[in-house]
Design a protein around this ligand. Structure first.
Ligand code: 0WK
Ligand code: 0WK
Ligand code: BGC
Ligand code: BGC
Length: 939
């Protein structure tokens, strides 16, 4: 008998063990899951395999984590987890952790989750309306960040088509549509308030940002909640289907889809397949259905049913409630400690053994879930480690989700698994205290570029028609710039290049500006805008001392210009004088570096440095106002035009200047000035090479010592020649062609030698500019007090560009050299170099647009307040009228109609310093009758 019972118990035990064995993954199996996940991550990033990859690797257009300088007030929505939240988030600058939030949770009823898209978004907007009411913010058009925790194909920070619903959502007419559009339409439908939707964010990304605000090492976001997913910062160059190779972008892996190509069928159990079959989206999200809170309870329920069917539990009795789908909620299961009470709640009459078995089942299912997430995470951290070419990686994961937060063992098992499967990675996990709403607000802040070109684009909603003059580079260009602001801001440009003859740029200043005015007249004629009073932005590429946007005194001419009577003068006044009769108005003067930064900032709002490597060279960047002693104020930043061309004018570069540099300087129109420029910029590079060739020829090192008059002629070798000769393939032919033209009958060796000279000279230029740029980048990094600087440099100029034409990628020797040296000199930075496709005119027009609006606003304010400014005459008039009114009020005949009533107070004197008493006595007397008073007064 006893043995029979023991045998029955033993076989029951074995049956239970066999059932749960399928959930016990061996280290090898977990290694395999990690390896398979890694393959899918790679497939998701590659252009060819991306469309079929099970792990979608969706771009998020989040290029970096917060660096502590975000600021502003934002609205955030958080949809897709257990709760739908509406939040207002206030971020204050500088002092880390200074974020204040207020939120309200709203229910999303099942019929809304699974109704029509319109109903869903109307419901969301209704909640927002309630929240704005509650906060008294209905009339504020706040920027909004939308955490939308579902897979979206994003094409920008504020554009994302829903790929497919997951978890409990199934609203119709949403999949394939732009989520931001659907929200905007719902807001329009309600027509009660307006919001500026700036960013759509996956909850993993929001979580990463929230945690990265505390810990800059946080570059991964994990959600282990209703759903399961991970995002991380990937190298742009690895994301093949997104433009650009520089820097990083956060990728939303959507690892929930892992297994869609049947590559984890070996570890999926029949319970997993049952749960999948019974879900809203069979066949999809297989990995999620093995790892996330929405499904674990269901897996357990099905195992319990199975074990009960086999008489191994609850005496074989399957209650209705146990048959009910979703009855075994993960949270219930989480509260493993009171198993009995939960089972009771489920109408299950359980024995003690039952509770133990149920606990085992729960343990097995959640352990597997945690291990699978651990294996997936190990694949992600190892990928990042290899991306960075590191033997060991230290990184932080920001986590959120009820499963991770509430389950007693999930987080520990997950961490242990990561440690075992990715031994070369030290991975810290930090729990997101504030949810992803804060992260969404931070992304909105970054999206609103609170600290890039500060506030400019934040408020850049300009539109209109502008003229831009672009003087000082190799071409004088006049542009017409039309900025429109339909759904997206667009800029159309038409331009024309005009000559700047030698005699004009070396003549008198008035002739020069008259010439500019004539060209402008011609341009306006051709554009048929003669009668239009269009605001003008003036790119004037010379060192100017600004006192305002439209007030700039030329300090000194550089490059080829030398017009008289201009240095020390306000160029706006000079130009306004010349163009007066044309009825147009200069609104702003900008340096070409600033125009370039603005032009590039329009496309990449991280751009905060502008560089010109052309005829001349120069750089500008956004400096903290508190560091600029010359300008009032400490808050925010201002763009600084460095005029680095003059670097070394005080002798600091003498140790690296060569005799050729000195010769160039001696022969230049401005000896002793712009010494750095003369070592690196396009105006001088050709001449540098020529001087070197002359010297080498003189020493018999080249052309068998042949020196021709052409070779001795200044300017005979131009920078474009240098760049052409430098090119590896066709360079030698070019060298022969140019040297033959100089009459030196070059040998093949001569050509090779000359090509080498050209390379050396241009490399020095690229290296030197990389060094000076490195100084600016390090300064920006220190200003931001960030461990790793991520920024964009807008760049223009024929010397930089010449190398990029016709095949930007293959022949960019100069550019590659510059980028490489910058990376070497500033290793803790990710710098994107963005070529200004449309010149600085566009940037100048933007500044003008802004300046015009500012001027308009200033005028409107002035007009509004003008009425409060009273002239002397008006005040005298008021005084006179008051006098009349006083008189009217005093006179019996007019007192009743007087406006100034002049009411008697019966106080008859002011203190006369003879002490209170007398005044008091006088009063007492007053009390004993009027007559007495009269007698006293006469005294
Ligand atoms: C809280 C986050 C939210 C995310 C949720 C996930 O603020 O964005 O979706 O965690 O956890 P769950 O609520 O699904 O357990
Ligand atoms: C194009 C810009 C212009 C700038 C020039 C510099 O639109 O403002 O001065 O680049 O390059 P360069 O023409 O001197 O080579
Ligand atoms: C969604 C993800 C989301 C995750 C966590 C999944 O179902 O596809 O976009 O990040 O749940 O909420
Ligand atoms: C000027 C700068 C200008 C640079 C590039 C220099 O010679 O001093 O103002 O930005 O050339 O054009």
């Amino acid at each position: 008998m006893v043995t029979a019972v023991a045998q029955r118990l033993a076989s029951q035990r074995k049956e239970i063990d066999d059932t749960l064995a399928a959930f016990a993954l061996s280290p090898t199996q977990l290694q395999e899951v990690k390896a398979k996940m890694r393959v899918e991550l790679e497939r998701g990033l590659k252009k060819d395999s991306h469309p079929t990859a099970s792990v979608k690797m969706l771009p998020t257009y989040v290029y970096r984590t917060p660096d502590g300088t975000e600021r502003g007030k934002y609205l955030a929505l958080d949809l897709g987890g257990t709760n739908f939240r509406v939040l207002v988030v206030k971020i204050r600058t500088g002092m880390r952790n200074s974020v204040r939030m207020y939120n309200k949770i709203y229910a999303i009823p099942l019929e809304i989750m699974q109704g029509t898209g319109e109903e869903l978004f109307d419901h969301i907007v209704q909640c927002i309306s309630d929240f704005l009411d509650y906060m008294g913010m209905k009339n504020t058009r706040l920027p909004l960040g939308f955490t939308f925790s579902f897979p979206c194909n994003q094409t920008g920070i504020d554009k994302g088509d829903l790929v497919c619903w997951t978890k409990g959502f199934k609203a119709t007419e949403c999949e394939g549509y732009d989520v931001v559009d659907m929200l905007r339409e719902a807001i329009k439908r309600r027509n009660e308030f307006d919001l500026d939707i700036v960013a759509i964010v996956n909850d993993t990304v929001g979580t990463m940002m929230t945690c990265a605000y505390e810990d800059p090492k946080c570059q991964i976001g994990l959600i282990a909640g209703t759903g399961s997913n991970v995002c991380y910062m990937e190298e742009m160059k690895n994301i093949e289907f997104v433009e650009g190779d520089e820097g990083q972008m956060c990728v939303n892996t959507e690892w929930g889809g892992f297994g869609a190509n049947d590559n984890i069928e070996d570890i999926r159990t029949r319970y997993d397949r049952e749960v999948d079959g019974g879900s809203l989206n069979p066949g999809k999200q297989r990995f999620e259905k093995m790892t996330s809170g929405m499904y674990l309870g269901e897996i357990v329920r099905r195992i319990l049913i199975d074990l009960t069917k086999h008489g191994l539990l609850f005496r074989g009795r399957i209650t209705e409630r146990l048959k009910t789908k979703g009855i075994f909620e993960t949270n219930d299961r989480l509260a493993l400690l009171q198993v009995r009470s939960i089972l009771q709640h489920l109408g299950l009459d359980s024995t003690c053994d039952d509770s133990i078995i149920v606990k085992e089942v729960c343990g097995a299912v959640s352990r597997r879930a945690a291990q699978l997430c651990g294996a997936g995470m190990a694949a992600v951290v190892d990928k990042i480690r290899e991306n960075r070419g590191l033997d060991n990686l230290e990184i932080t994961v920001g986590v959120d989700g009820t499963l991770y937060k509430l389950h007693p063992h999930f987080s520990t098992i997950l961490k242990d698994t990561v440690r075992e499967l990715a031994p070369n990675c030290k991975v810290d996990f930090i729990l997101s205290e504030d949810g992803s709403g804060k992260g969404a607000a931070l992304i909105t802040a970054v999206g609103k570029n609170t600290y890039n070109i500060d506030y400019f684009f934040n408020s850049f909603t300009e539109k209109g028609d502008f003229i831009a003059l672009d003087l000082g580079g190799s071409n004088f260009r006049i542009l017409r710039v039309k900025v429109s602001h339909e759904k997206k801001q667009t800029v159309q440009m038409e331009s024309q290049i005009y000559e700047t003859p030698e005699d004009i740029i070396h003549g008198s200043g008035s002739r020069l500006f008259d010439h500019v005015a004539e060209c402008l007249g011609d341009f306006m004629e051709k554009q048929k805008i003669k009668d239009k009073k269009l605001p003008i932005g003036f790119t004037f590429s010379f060192p100017c001392a600004h006192t305002k946007l439209d007030e700039a005194v030329l300090l000194t001419w550089t490059k080829r210009f030398k017009a008289s009577g201009v240095e020390g003068m306000d160029v706006v006044k000079l130009l306004n004088k010349a163009i007066k009769k044309r009825g147009v108005n200069i609104m702003a003067v900008v340096n070409d570096t600033v125009g370039t930064m603005m032009t590039c900032g329009f496309d990449d709002q991280r751009c905060e440095v502008g560089i010109i490597i052309g005829t001349g060279t120069n750089a500008c960047y956004m400096e903290e106002l508190r560091h600029i002693d010359l300008v009032e104020g400490d808050e925010g930043r201002m763009c600084i035009n460095t005029e680095w061309g003059a670097f070394g004018d005080d002798g600091t570069l003498e140790d690296i200047r060569t005799e050729f540099d000195r010769e160039i300087d001696r022969g230049s129109p401005n000896p002793g000035k712009q010494l750095f420029e003369k070592m690196v910029s396009g105006m001088y590079m050709g001449e540098l090479v020529r001087l070197i060739l002359v010297k080498m020829a003189k020493e018999g090192l080249l052309f068998e010592g042949r020196i021709t008059p052409e070779l001795l002629t200044k300017g005979k070798i131009e920078t474009k020649h240098v760049s052409a000769i430098e090119k590896s393939k066709e360079g030698l032919t070019k060298a022969e062609e140019i040297l033959t033209r100089l009459g030196v009958e070059p040998s093949e060796d001569d050509c090779i030698a000359v090509q080498h000279v050209c390379a050396i000279v241009s490399f020095r230029s690229a290296n030197l500019i990389a060094a000076t740029l490195g100084a600016i980048l390090t300064r920006l990094k220190d200003n931001k007090n960030t461990p790793r600087l991520r920024t964009t440099v807008g760049i223009d100029g024929s010397l930089y560009k010449i190398h990029l034409i016709p095949h930007p990628s293959v022949s960019a020797r100069y550019a590659r050299r510059l980028h490489k040296t910058v990376r070497r000199l500033v290793p803790e930075s990710d710098v994107r170099f963005l070529l200004s496709e449309s010149g600085s005119g566009k940037g100048a027009a933007m500044v003008t647009a802004w300046a015009s609006r500012l001027a308009d606003q200033t005028r409107q304010i002035a007009e509004t307040l003008a009425e409060f400014r009273l002239t002397e005459e008006q005040l005298l008039e008021v005084k006179k009228r008051m006098r009349t009114e006083i008189q009217n009020g005093l006179s019996k005949n007019t007192q009743s109609t007087a406006t100034v009533k002049m009411l008697p107070t019966y106080v008859r004197s002011t203190p006369d310093g003879t002490g209170e008493r007398s005044t008091a006595i006088r009063c007492i007397f007053l009390k004993i009758g009027k007559q007495m008073t009269r007698i006293l007064d006469m005294q």
